[in-house]
Design a protein around this ligand. Structure first.
Ligand SMILES: *Cc1c(COP(=O)(O)O)cnc(C)c1O
Length: 418
């Protein structure tokens, strides 16, 4: 039992039970959700610390509250580490998460109704890049680019043509289901040509960028936005990096433009995560994430799955599963029963509906945090195939579930009691 559960139980047994159940779930399943990870015990402890008791509107040494002796130093440490890790002029570590970080970027550079441009959601973009149900698509005039029909990769000629035609104020690169390397330099050139602010959203790949196993946008982008909890393996939060010339606008947009007091416990957890991400061990970790994703993709291709773009350059594998006679949602649900947790996902040019799409999305950040390697990826590909062939066969799901538990026993998850 974890310290958290044993502390909560006497006060709130009902919640303690749920927390304990979640710990079991995270320990005994193979977590393949591409945006998830396991933080270290140190990050978990810092995030769950007394820093949650504080209020500190403002920035280090420029606060609206007293009692900031330690908070100022913690936030400054976090800022310095973010700047150093990514080689950025300026860092703001206060955004509550990735979506507020992006919203702050709009606030810093746009007026309502301005034209903004991003990768469309169905092609792998994020809601906050101008999709119509998001505030970014409602308050701004969003134009969206896609991927090529033949390669399912981003077509920079299309991006350029659209940018020249629409002259966006803001141009986003990045997304949630892009399995290939993003050419930030090419985006930057297009943005320069049309006079747009170029925002590289590296929420998914921040850990890979930090480790140098994905090209960094920092030299190319006006602003880099990110979450802190995906491949970067920090607490849930957001991060903005920018050139010195944009520092004031970004800081003002985050506070007081969008948010009140920063979440100091999150800042502390992020500071620890950034220190961890600067180590040689993290570099090997990030390289292994990619090796594992490539092994998983290869294992699936071998078994007749249609892996989008044929493979991956990062942590993410997007699979059209309909060639196996099953759709994404029922497969994701069957996999969940079998202890393999992923999400159903649209694939490019998906003929099916977004709530019942053709694909599943897999990621290897969490399994790599447990120390799993290419041998386990082959095993996982095999299980996915077995489940895809018999998604309603309770006996198959139960057998796979048992095998999954056995494997998880050999790979203790960071931050979880064994
Ligand atoms: C996850 C993600 C976000 C949003 O992050 P939240 O923390 O969920 O708000 C923004 N952009 C991209 C590309 C993402 O993948």
């Amino acid at each position: 039992m974890s310290h958290a559960v044993s502390t909560v139980r006497p006060v709130d047994p009902e919640l303690a039970e749920l927390l304990a159940a979640e710990e079991d779930l995270q320990r005994d399943t193979i977590r393949l959700i591409a945006s998830e990870n396991y933080v270290s015990a140190a990050v978990l402890a810092a995030t769950g610390s007394v820093l949650t008791n504080k209020y500190s509107e403002g920035y280090p040494t420029k606060r609206y509250y007293e009692g900031q002796q330690n908070i100022d130093r913690i936030e400054q440490l976090c800022i310095d580490r973010a700047k150093s890790l990514f080689g950025a002029d300026h860092a703001n570590v206060q955004p509550y998460s990735g979506s507020p970080a992006n919203l702050a970027v709009y606030l810093a550079f746009c007026k309502p109704g301005d034209t903004v441009m991003g990768l469309g959601l169905p092609a792998g973009g994020h809601l906050t890049h101008g999709w119509n149900v998001s505030i970014s698509g409602m308050f701004f005039r969003a134009v969206q680019y896609g991927v090529r029909k033949d390669t399912h990769r981003i077509d920079l000629d299309e991006v350029r043509a659209l940018a020249l035609k629409e002259r966006p104020r803001l141009m986003f690169a990045g997304g949630t289901a892009i399995p290939r390397t993003i050419d930030f330099a090419a985006y930057a050139e297009i943005a320069r040509e049309v006079g747009a602010i170029f925002v590289a959203d590296i929420a998914h790949i921040a850990g890979l960028v930090a480790a140098g196993v994905h090209p960094s946008p920092v030299a190319h982008a006006d602003v880099v936005s990110s979450t802190t909890h995906k491949t970067l393996r920090g607490p849930r939060g957001g991060l903005l990096l920018c050139k010195e010339g944009h520092a004031k606008a970004i800081d003002r947009a985050v506070f007081p433009g969008l948010q009140g007091g920063p979440h100091n416990h999150t800042t502390a957890g992020l500071a620890v995560a950034l220190r961890e991400a600067a180590t040689p061990e993290f570099k090997s970790y990030a390289a292994q994430i990619i090796k594992n994703a490539q092994a998983l993709a290869a294992g699936l291709v071998e078994r007749g799955f249609a892996v989008i773009t044929g493979g991956t350059d990062n942590h993410l594998v997007l699979v059209d599963v309909t060639s196996k006679g099953v759709a994404g949602k029922p497969l994701a649900k069957a996999l969940d029963v079998a202890g393999l947790v992923c999400n159903y996902n649209t694939v490019p040019f998906d003929p099916r509906k977004p709530f019942d799409p053709s694909g599943i999305r897999l990621g290897t950040s969490a399994v790599t945090s447990r120390g799993m390697g290419v041998a386990e990826m082959a095993q996982i590909a095999g299980w996915i195939d077995q489940v895809a062939q018999a998604p309603t066969d309770a006996a198959v799901l139960a057998r796979v579930r048992g095998e999954v538990v056995e494997v998880t026993r050999r790979f203790p998850a960071p931050g979880l009691a064994i």
